[in-house]
Write a protein that binds this ligand. Structure first.
Ligand SMILES: Cc1ncc(COP(=O)(O)O)c(C=O)c1O
Length: 395
């Protein structure tokens, strides 16, 4: 056999967050007291009420397949949530529940993209988008954004990136990895550009509840004329600390939702029945204490990082990541070697001072590293100390 693997999978790289996580876990297994800031999941437990709804589903025999798009009860609950919290009116037929928002996104790209299509992707971006877009046969068109615009795409950049082959534009607010949150005015300005072009908009709002001092706004609620070509993605992983339950959803125009449902019916079938029963009550069990605690950690982490010479850090307004710029340290020397990039920085930081961070390259931002503050406040404090200590060792 000349090629054992398809060209489709040969083109994809393993997620850098997962690679870093594996290295970190190996060190932890050896007994090293690593502070793992490479994780992308809340360190809180799923609220007990939600957990019991899952247990009840099992003991009451709700353990069979559901309709491929999810139970009507959950899709109705999602419609109520979208109306009440986001000002978006959908019918249950427009909701497709999947095994995590990652799965929803994959379904979306497979459903709307043809080979040769382009998807506009502002960088820094969440690591899975480019590979998912490529797996759907399309090409990610990266629009680089940095600290100068708060890591946000401007209307001018969007206008320049849109081309005849553009099929969709992806907007992720609050953003992973930067924590950037588009304001209403910024979204409206992007929306005005999008009104002029017949392209899909995929808006990933999975971090919507994790915002600090700012408000999350959903683009189609601001500009309803865009709703017929917008697909809203959200999920339970981040807001309800339910990463392992694997539950996410998309709200889409009816034809897209129907096609996504058919696709899913042949690929994975319905998402976990147990998780869906838990999901129905999740919207009433949100724990605002989690947001308060994330905010406390964010404030401490950002302030601490800003005190380390050579590191700058924009203030994240959402999610649970800080995304400091470490390019001021490039060129410094450590044990006879020159620090050239963020990959090296993360590797050395982990080996030398036992803090695990993710290099920004995989997010399309080679000057930055991502530090998750989904660790305890005490660990945030220790991490600042360790990073400071490591940086002070650079000549
Ligand atoms: C921006 C973004 N979208 C989607 C997801 C997928 O979440 P899940 O598949 O757990 O619902 C993640 C998870 O890290 C994310 O950061």
């Amino acid at each position: 056999m000349e090629q054992r693997l398809s060209s489709r999978v040969r083109g994809i790289a393993p997620s850098p967050t997962i690679t870093m996580d594996a290295k970190t876990k190996a060190l932890i297994e050896q007994g090293q007291p690593v502070i793992n800031m490479s994780v992308g999941e809340p360190d809180f437990d799923t609220p007990v009420r939600i957990a019991y709804a899952g247990i009840r589903a099992i003991t009451e025999g709700q353990t069979r397949y559901t309709p491929a798009a999810g139970t009507l009860a959950l899709r109705r609950a999602i419609c109520r949530k979208l109306a009440a919290e986001n000002g978006l009116q959908y019918t249950p037929e427009q909701i497709v529940v999947s095994s995590g928002a990652k799965h929803s996104l994959f379904n979306i790209f497979l459903t709307i993209c043809n080979p040769g299509d382009e998807v506009i992707l502002p960088a820094p971006y969440w690591v899975s988008y480019p590979d998912q877009i490529r797996l759907a046969g399309a090409t990610p068109v990266i629009v680089s954004c940095d600290e100068s615009t708060g890591f946000k795409m401007t209307p001018e950049q969007l206008r320049q990136a849109i081309a005849p082959r553009t099929k969709a534009v992806l907007i992720n607010s609050p953003n992973n990895p930067t924590g950037a949150v588009y304001t209403e005015a910024e979204l409206r300005a992007l929306g005005e550009v999008l009104l002029e072009h017949d392209v899909y908009i995929v808006t990933d709002e999975i971090y919507e509840k994790l915002v600090y001092d700012v408000e999350h706004v959903s683009l189609p609620a601001l500009l309803p004329d865009l709703k017929e070509r917008t697909i809203v993605v959200n999920g339970f992983s981040k807001a309800f600390a339910m990463t392992g339950w694997r539950l996410g959803y998309a709200a889409a125009p009816l034809d897209v939702a129907k096609a996504m449902t058919s696709l899913q019916s042949h690929a994975t079938g319905s998402p976990s029945t147990i998780s869906q029963y838990a999901g129905v009550i999740a919207f009433d069990a949100f724990d605002p204490d989690m947001v308060r605690e994330f905010r406390r950690r964010r404030d401490r982490l950002v302030a601490g990082l800003r005190e380390i010479p050579g590191i700058t850090c924009a203030e994240p307004q959402g999610a649970f990541y800080a995304f400091p710029n470490i390019s001021g340290l490039f060129g410094r020397r450590f044990r006879g070697q020159t620090l050239e990039n963020a990959d090296q920085f993360c590797e050395w930081l982990l080996e030398e001072d036992l803090v695990s961070a993710v290099p920004g390259g995989g997010f399309g931002a080679p000057n930055n590293i991502r530090l998750s503050y989904a660790v305890s406040f005490e660990q945030v404090e220790q991490a600042i100390e360790r990073i400071g200590r490591f940086v002070s060792k650079l000549d």
